[in-house]
Design a binder for this molecule. Structure first.
Ligand code: C2E
Ligand code: MG
Ligand code: MG
Ligand code: MG
Length: 286
């Protein structure tokens, strides 16, 4: 009996896994044409400045509108794109589209774009980025490039990253250390690379009200940011309680479903003027 049940469960697991693998294969087969035919869209997620409830910036997040699967999340296709090298082209399209759309935004609203270690492993990345900025009419002073800790431990990417920091900072481009606390970097990263922003990973924010350790880590990162003169953004804020705790702890910026889910550009209306939390409620969600 027991053996039979175990076999049944195993069969179920196997079937699910099989379906998942088939989906990933399908996505892998379809991704090149999707990139070529502009099926990759950008969703924007607002970042809130807590002192005045102004939307300080938006993070560009890639979405694939697959003809059969519907919206596919980057968790599924970014790693495929990285393994196949397609991320270089995909990343460039995201940057180009994002900067073109953001060129008409209010001058104080930043645009964050995520960079993959594979993109940074490409020689000439810096020059292509400059070309994209020049051709989109976008003010480099509004660009924030998000890099995860693990990017910088790859020697091939770290070298290009150093070049990027050197050349881009003169143009006013800023840098954010993404998913901070989950990777393998050490605190000396902050001495080697002149970051502007730290993003506290959402796993700490998720647990900050129930785990004293998570709360202590959030507070420590906020203190670190203050000491180093960096802006601290808390990711993954989903509840009023978390937002209140972050305010109490002196966090300056927050991002998460509570404030606004990633949404297409059209959800936000006119961004040529400063944009506040109340505007989000009435435009994006209303
Ligand atoms: P990330 O850069 O850390 O982006 C934040 C992720 O957290 C996004 O997932 C966002 O939808 C999600 N998120 C935001 N608020 C909340 C919240 O309150 N709760 C929870 N549970 N999640 C929240 P998404 O869009 O699925 O992207 C996942 C990752 O894929 C990103 O993590 C980023 O590393 C990568 N990615 C997305 N777009 C691009 C891109 O254009 N290029 C590259 N290289 N990577 C990208
Ligand atoms: Mg990010
Ligand atoms: Mg993140
Ligand atoms: Mg992440």
């Amino acid at each position: 009996r027991a053996k039979g049940e175990g076999g049944g469960r195993f069969f179920f697991f196997d079937k699910q896994l099989g379906a998942e693998i088939r989906l990933l294969r399908q996505l892998e087969a379809d991704l090149p044409a999707a990139i070529e035919h502009d099926q990759i869209d950008i969703y924007y997620q607002p970042v809130l400045r807590l002192s005045n409830n102004e939307v300080a910036g938006f993070e560009a997040l890639a979405r694939w509108c697959h003809p059969a699967q519907g919206q596919v999340s980057p968790a599924k296709f970014i790693s495929i794109a990285e393994e196949t090298g397609l991320i270089v082209e995909l990343g460039e399209k995201v940057m180009r589209k994002g900067m073109r759309e953001a060129a008409s935004w209010h001058s104080s609203t930043w645009l964050s774009v995520n960079l993959s270690p594979v993109q940074l492993g490409e020689a000439g990345f810096c020059d292509r980025l400059k070309e994209v900025m020049a051709s989109s009419g976008f003010d480099p002073g509004c660009l924030v490039l998000e890099i995860t800790e693990n990017t910088l431990i790859r020697e091939s990417a770290a070298e290009v990253a150093r070049e990027l920091f050197r050349e881009m900072r003169d143009l006013g481009v800023r840098f954010a250390l993404d998913d901070f606390g989950t990777g393998y970097s050490s605190l000396s990263t902050f001495r080697r690379y002149p970051f502007d922003n730290i993003k506290i990973d959402k796993s700490f924010v998720r647990d900050m009200l129930t785990s004293p350790e998570a709360r202590a880590i959030v507070q420590a990162v906020i203190g670190l940011g203050r000491g180093l003169g960096l802006k601290v953004v808390a990711e993954g804020v989903e509840t009023e309680g978390q937002l209140e705790a972050l305010r109490d702890d002196g966090c300056e910026y927050a991002q998460g479903f509570l404030i606004g889910r990633p949404a297409p550009r059209s959800a936000f209306g006119d961004l040529s003027r400063p944009f506040f939390l109340g505007d989000l409620a009435s435009r994006a969600n209303g």
